[in-house]
Design a protein around this ligand. Structure first.
Ligand code: DP6
Length: 374
């Protein structure tokens, strides 16, 4: 009577940001958002779910330690059970053992909840025989964490906020698969010495209650940017993609500052990374680049940077980063193999850039997958 599945789910990093809920319980957002799914080979959550009549209680283990099942997890499990297939009906009475693990530091604030909940929901769907053609898994994953709905698909993913009060139309759709833009790369710069951030959940609530900029942005700015971003992705127009991405990151952090009391998610190192990306873009133009931008930064609710760029510039850009941050050695570049050399390009300002812990190099990737099934 034991059923067991192991699945992997990817991280996604938004280029149009989700920030602010119109319904906290159902996790319904104030505006649409759009993200890039990163490759599961380099950043992923892995979940094993076992279901058996001999288990006495539901149990959850995260990165090797037991954890209580929180309300959002409970909601995902109960919602998934409602859609259990006819031939697996008896499983709904059995208890679950859920074991999750990330191959990156959960505390690094690397969208671990998005990968984790997407993987949980995808794995529950495998265990319970839920038909993806009938049940929209993005709607189930959304109940765990808003951004998780975007990790149900690979490539470029658009979370449509929806208008209904019950959330049945607040779902994610794929704009383009990972095959659309195989040259696109993402570099995660993990900033060391992080202070404890205000959680997304609490930060967003505070922003909705106090930031006029958030209300203006979600009503007047985001929709236009979504349209332009979809066009940029379909045309593989890096200039348009980069400009919207950086402006969105800036505006999200402006909303964080407009929140009262304010939320400071970026730190001095983050600001130096922005400075470096801007200088790199100017340097490339000087060197005769045909595009205005060669790299684009984006930051979520923490100081780590995600830099989008194209494969032709990856080795050069990483060499400059490694040479600019004395704390980082080329051995600390993980993920996709890339040649890092010592760079003579000295475009970085002469002040101390601060410290990085490590760098993860990756590309656009596919959605969740089953890796073991009994
Ligand atoms: C800044 O999805 O973590 O990363 O829905 O409360 O779980 P909850 O919040 P969460 O918020 C993510 C915010 C963001 C922007 C984004 O991913 O779009």
């Amino acid at each position: 009577g034991l059923v067991m599945k192991t699945c992997e789910g990817p991280v996604n990093i938004a280029v149009i940001k989700y920030w602010g809920k119109r319904n906290d319980e159902l996790i319904l957002p104030m505006n649409d958002s759009l993200s890039v799914t990163l490759h599961v080979d380099h950043l992923r959550s892995r979940t094993t779910i076992a279901c058996s009549p001999v288990f006495k209680e539901d149990e959850f283990w995260l990165n090797g330690k037991p954890f209580p099942i929180n309300e959002r997890m409970r909601t995902c499990i109960e919602e998934a059970k409602k859609h259990i297939s006819e031939e697996k009906k008896e499983l709904s009475k059995y208890k679950l053992r859920i074991c999750s693990e990330n191959n990156f530091a959960t505390a690094a604030g690397l969208a671990s909840s998005a990968a984790g909940f997407a993987c949980l929901v995808y794995c529950l769907a495998q265990v319970y025989g839920i038909d993806e053609k009938v049940v929209d898994l993005t709607i189930l994953a959304r109940r765990g964490s808003g951004s998780a709905c975007r990790s149900i698909y690979g490539g470029f993913v658009w979370w449509q906020k929806g208008t209904s009060d019950d959330g049945h139309d607040s779902k994610a759709v794929q704009v383009a698969s990972e095959a659309r833009w195989p040259e696109l790369r993402a570099v995660i710069l993990v900033v060391s010495h992080k202070q404890k951030d205000v959680s997304s959940k609490d930060g967003m609530k505070r922003s909705r209650e106090t930031s006029q900029l958030l209300h203006f942005r979600s009503k007047q700015i985001v929709q236009q940017r979504i349209e332009s971003m979809i066009k940029a992705i379909n045309a593989k127009d890096f200039d348009a993609f980069a400009e919207i991405t950086m402006k969105e990151s800036n505006q999200f952090h402006a909303v964080a500052l407009d929140t009262f009391p304010p939320c400071f998610y970026m730190n001095d190192v983050s600001r130096n990374v922005i400075d470096l990306v801007n200088k790199y873009n100017a340097y490339k133009v000087d060197m005769g680049s045909s595009t205005r931008y060669s790299a684009a930064y984006t930051f979520d609710a923490g100081p780590n940077a995600c830099i989008y760029l194209q494969d032709k510039d990856l080795s050069e850009f990483l060499s400059i980063i490694v040479s600019s941050f004395p704390s980082i050695e080329k051995e600390y570049v993980r993920g996709l193999p890339v040649e890092v050399v010592s760079s003579s390009v000295d475009i970085f300002p002469k002040h101390a850039p601060g410290a990085l812990d490590y760098i993860i190099c990756t590309k656009v990737g596919p959605g969740p997958r089953v890796i073991e099934s009994d």
